[in-house]
Design a protein around this ligand. Structure first.
Ligand code: AMP
Ligand code: MG
Length: 412
């Protein structure tokens, strides 16, 4: 049975409880082609030097530094050209003094040579090359292992694989890689008034935007969403739909967690054996917010208003999904920004205010998107950040520096 008030906890405590409830999902092996955006589940130790051999960083001539000492444009060193080595071509040696090998970028340095002079500082005529610049010994040579030495721990578990990490793995000849399995996430809507997109309209209904928001947020975070439908506002129907979701790593519902007479999610959850550790969080929007667990299945009961659903997803579900995958970075970036308008608030709860930031003269500035009602979904769609005002704050003035969370950035 619901009581008339529920214990509320802070946003930080809620995140703490949630993250402590997560255990890493088992890893799986995927092809490097499909590994983009996944969370690495193993440390990658280089099995070879990258580059594998000393090679030229320039098109030019491989020489011995001793042979070009003091060379200038007026008094060039003149060296016999003994041949040419191309990238991917056969190795050549530089055996004779006062000689050079024409060399292309990426070609192996001929044994005997210790320096490369770039072609722009040379002129070749009649089988010999004039060197116009006495570059220091070792110039323009990329050393074996200078990028990644064999045996180095190059990438570590918990990193997100971006294009550059995929490139590193490719150069280390990894055709497959161990990554965290994607969390399987069940999404359930609740409410007699909620109808599906495409269904005929009736009086008093709202379209099921939450299911779409949540599917997209789950997908973007790296999870695998499955939408299970709308639970009508009865305890039995809510319980039945929740029970069907129990094979998932995470269950998310929207709506039905307030104190109304037809809010059944909490009781339905308790009736099928979930341990409820959060019932209300000191934030706005999104105060009614349920978190529970049964074995390894995590449950999030998000509020029904679409803005509240999305804000609560970003603050709690997203970090949980990333923690399940063992991701090292879980937080959206926080930066300080200059507030362009005053904001009044009641003390007691952290406010997440939809904002638009701009960067002017290298400084972040932020304004609100206007009316902040939690039913106003367009305010979320106009926003590129959330202005976070601490629980005890009463008013923020124009010109104050406030913390903003960048929600429009994929990197984590
Ligand atoms: P509730 O917490 O169930 O009372 O829902 C709060 C508000 O959110 C109500 O105005 C609902 O109509 C609305 N709402 C609930 N679920 C959805 C949904 N899936 N899509 C859009 N709005 C919803
Ligand atoms: Mg409802």
């Amino acid at each position: 049975m619901s009581t008339n008030s529920r214990p509320s906890i802070s946003v930080e405590d809620a995140i703490d409880i949630i993250i402590r409830s997560t255990a890493h999902l088992e890893p799986e092996t995927v092809s490097l082609v499909d590994a983009g955006g996944r969370i690495l589940a193993e440390d990658i130790v280089a099995g070879a030097d990258i580059p594998a051999f000393d090679n030229s960083a320039m098109d030019g001539y491989a020489v011995r530094a001793a042979d070009i000492t003091g060379a200038t444009r007026d008094r060039p060193a003149r060296l016999a050209v003994r041949g040419e080595v191309r990238a991917g071509g056969d190795l050549l040696r530089l055996d004779d003094p006062e000689s050079a090998v024409r060399i292309m970028t990426g070609a192996p340095i001929p044994p005997g040579a210790d320096t490369v002079v770039m072609v722009e500082d040379t002129a070749e005529t009649d089988g010999a090359v004039s060197i116009y610049d006495a570059v220091p010994m070792g110039s323009n040579i990329r050393r074996a292992g200078e990028d990644i030495p064999r045996g180095a721990v190059t990438l570590t578990a918990g990193e997100r694989l971006r294009a550059s990490e995929i490139g590193v793995l490719a150069s280390l000849n990894a055709s497959t890689v161990r990554v965290a399995r994607r969390p399987r996430v069940a999404i359930i809507s609740t409410g007699d008034e909620v109808i599906e997109v495409g269904a005929p309209a009736r009086d008093g209904v709202v379209r099921n935007s939450n299911a779409y928001i949540l599917r997209e947020e789950v997908r973007r975070t790296g999870g695998e969403p499955t939408y299970l439908g709308i639970a009508p506002d009865t305890l039995e129907a809510t319980r039945d739909l929740l029970a069907r979701a129990s094979e998932h790593d995470v269950i998310i519902t929207s709506g039905g967690v307030s104190m109304g007479r037809y809010d059944f999610v909490r009781d339905a959850l308790a009736s099928i054996g979930f341990d409820i550790s959060i019932e209300s969080i000191l934030m706005k929007p999104g105060k009614p917010c349920v978190f529970g667990r049964r074995d390894s299945t995590l449950f999030f009961g998000l509020p029904g208003n679409p803005v509240s659903t999305q804000v609560a997803f970003l603050q709690f579900v997203r970090p949980a999904l990333l923690a399940l995958m063992g991701a090292r970075k879980r937080d959206k970036p926080l930066v300080r920004a200059i507030l362009e308008e005053p904001i009044d608030k009641k003390p007691g709860r952290v406010h997440f205010i939809r904002g638009v930031f701009t960067i002017e003269n290298g400084e972040f500035r932020v304004r609100t998107t206007g009316p902040q009602g939690s039913g106003i979904l367009r305010s979320m769609s106009r926003a590129n950040c959330l202005i976070i005002l601490p629980a005890d704050m009463r008013r923020a003035e124009r010109g104050d520096r406030v913390t903003i969370q960048l929600i429009d950035h994929d990197e984590v």
